[in-house]
Design a binder for this molecule. Sequence first.
Ligand code: GDP
Length: 266
Amino acid sequence: MTNTSHPRARKPAAAAKATIARPADTRPAPAKSAAVVASGWMHTARFLTTAPQLHHLPPLDVPEIAFVGRSNAGKSTCINTLTQQKQLAYASKKPGRTQNINLFSLGKQGVTDAVLADLPGYGYAAVPKADKVRWQQVMANYLVTRENLIGIVMMCDPRHGLTELDEILLDIIRPRVVDGLKFLILLTKADKLNREESTKALSIARLQAGGGEVKLFSALKKQGIDEASMLLWQWAHPEGGAAPAATTAEAEAEEPENLDDAEEDR
Ligand code: GDP
């Protein structure tokens, strides 16, 4: 009995065919893998601490990146989207924490290699004047004196443009940006703009950013997420660092909740 009719006898030919059919290099493009690494890293974000005053913040020697923005600019949604977590930045909205600086650790295997600082949203009309003044002092002190601060991300709703408080904040940080502090303006809710409005918003913000970068961002349309994540990763790892081994599962995005803007104009 010969084995030519046995199913195994046909296998080598099939395997050879499959090998020929496969493209020579199936590895992801470099840009894609950098995005996966950055997104996996962002996903490690976990609550570290909350502080009502600058002196309550622990001194840290890892790079810190601050998120600032007018109340309702989309800061919490942006942080949750970048970290692919539904509730992380909403921890900053808990009563008692809204006027605090909330820190989140980043880093694989529980080893913190950077920190995100969620600063209180400003410009909320219902906040008493004394609280606004207190906020401005805490914010200004933080931005001027925090030693491990390496970058600032300012969230701005492009339909409103930069507000007076955004401008004040820009004036505060400008000297540090000149000295090398990284700065990014994210134009949030970009899904609300058409192409022409987006182009216009980008060029206006670029004039105001004074050396910083400007990018369009939409949590709803998942626009600008990879670019922002990669930029933050590069800020925190200027020497390239040991790239964390991101897995697909870790980099998997969760849907942000309640992106209905209906109640945004409080
Ligand atoms: P925060 O006060 O700056 O933290 O702002 P939130 O993250 O709470 O967002 C304020 C409002 O804007 C909420 O109603 C969000 O659903 C809405 N929002 C946030 N991001 C987006 C977005 O990308 N697209 C749209 N259409 N709405 C968004």
